[in-house]
Design a protein around this ligand. Structure first.
Ligand SMILES: Nc1ncnc2c1ncn2[C@@H]1O[C@H](COP(=O)(O)OP(=O)(O)O)[C@@H](O)[C@H]1O
Ligand SMILES: [Mg+2]
Length: 430
């Protein structure tokens, strides 16, 4: 007797098998898999999602955690491959740790080098940096997550040429998660999702305060320490135009940004702009580390700024000095340089310290440094969102008081580039 199935019957059997398989996987999932209970604004996205989903949200809204949650369904319960795209190698390393720690109870194997984990269901998560998305070419995914993708250069073409083709075979979907960064490709994507008639694209905007796990004081803290336009962007998640009169341009920072530092430096300094109690707008201490390369170019290496007590910032600066094997710590002498020195010496009396002298106003001091950027002679090694917001959102015309990270950056580069180059020019003449 030959048994023949109709197509409908065959499909029904297949569905049953899938359901059985799913049940089996669910039974195997240990209880200690940390469950993510989506907060209401995340749950809204999960409920309303289409194929291509763009979440524009403030810092710490819960974008990355939501992204991890989105991996679980296809990778764990359906046994499918998922691709995760980070904006930089540094971010990739952080997210890799996070994903591994969350999913370790359901992990079958992991490959640290390839940044690939395989789950007990046979599904996988592969993680890539958008600094070289080409290396992921030829992969097929049921879902891709692009985290902090407003930082990605030419996001639209990377999407169309490299990532979207990865979704064709499995008819996969995509989540674009980011805080905005000016009016760039991420904004274009977000706009696609604003057309309610579009069958494939959907987008949302949420401020940081949509995350009930973030205390309102944290948000107040950001309001106090950020230029107001930066707050609009970083916390309110609005797409902000370039600020008229700002000395730095985001396009310039992006153009000359590098992902790794040169092998050697002529000199490395850590510059401090201490919080001064007389300033009412800001209470951060700027701590910026910069290096001078053999090419006479400046490299911004680290930003350890923050709201600290004097003892804390002395420790931070010395830790930065040690980590980079820097040559010196520097600070302006008029604006508390003596205080800086005394404070540092209290932590470590042998740390080499140099004071710099301010003969001119803050805006005037910043201009030659901004000019070096325009000439393509300063490179940020990776991303420094808070520092870069101060550079691109501060305009001397609006607000005479320049912010602390910016000031520390100006000190570091003045010391390395202006002083050094002057000396070099003199020795050439002589
Ligand atoms: N649904 C949630 N439940 C509990 N905590 C959450 C949730 N979503 C976000 N968080 C917490 O909020 C903080 C910010 O989340 P994160 O995903 O890092 O934000 P973002 O990527 O938007 O900056 C983290 O401490 C995270 O654990
Ligand atoms: Mg994140």
């Amino acid at each position: 007797m030959s048994s023949t199935f109709s197509v409908a019957e065959a499909n029904e059997k297949l569905e049953k098998l899938k359901e059985l398989r799913l049940l089996k996987i669910k039974e195997q999932v240990p209880a200690d898999l940390r469950r993510i209970h989506l907060h209401p604004a995340q749950a809204q996205v999960a409920a309303e999602c289409k194929r291509f989903n763009v979440i524009d949200a403030g810092r710490r809204y819960g974008k990355s955690l939501f992204g991890i949650d989105r991996c679980i369904e296809p990778a764990l319960y359906k046994g499918q491959p998922v691709g995760w795209f980070a904006p930089s190698y540094k971010n990739l390393a952080d997210m890799w740790r996070e994903v591994v720690s969350m999913l370790s109870p359901v992990m079958r194997s992991k490959n640290e080098v390839e940044k690939r984990i395989e789950l007990i269901s046979g599904g996988s998560i592969e993680m890539w940096s958008m600094e070289s998305p080409d290396s992921a070419r030829g992969r097929h995914y049921a879902r891709v997550i692009l985290d902090e993708c407003a930082m990605v250069k030419d996001l639209m073409s990377a999407w169309n040429l490299i990532i979207r083709p990865m979704l064709m075979d499995l008819r996969g979907d995509a989540y674009f998660l980011s805080t905005p960064k000016g009016r760039n490709g991420f904004m274009e994507m977000w706009e696609l999702g604003q057309d309610p008639e579009d069958p494939e694209w959907k987008s949302w905007r949420f401020p940081t305060s949509a995350n009930p796990h973030i205390h309102p004081d944290e948000i107040e803290g950001m309001r106090k320490t950020m230029p107001s336009k930066a707050f609009e962007q970083e916390v309110m998640a609005r797409f902000i135009d370039e600020v008229q009169g700002a000395l730095w341009k985001l396009s310039n920072l992006d153009q000359y940004r590098v992902s790794s530092p040169p092998d050697e430096f002529l000199k490395i300094v850590v510059a401090i702009d201490p919080a001064v109690s007389t300033s009412s707008t800001s209470d951060e201490t700027g701590i910026i580390a910069a290096g001078l390369g053999h090419d006479d170019h400046g490299y911004i290496l680290a930003d350890s700024s923050g709201t600290y007590s004097p003892l804390e910032w002395a420790n931070k600066a010395i830790a930065q000095y040690d980590a980079l094997e820097a040559n010196k710590i520097i600070a302006e002498v008029n604006m508390g340089g003596d205080l800086v020195k005394a404070n540092l010496m209290a932590v470590r009396s042998t740390v080499p310290f140099d004071s710099v002298h301010a003969s001119r106003g803050k805006a005037i001091r910043a201009e030659p440094i901004a000019a070096l950027y325009e000439q393509g002679r300063v490179h940020h090694v990776g991303f420094f969102p808070d520092l870069e917001n101060q550079l691109t959102f501060w305009s001397p015309a609006d607000d005479r008081e320049s912010p602390d990270r910016l000031d520390a950056l100006v000190w570091s580069l003045s010391y390395l580039m202006l002083t050094h180059l002057k000396k070099k020019a003199r020795s050439h003449q002589g």
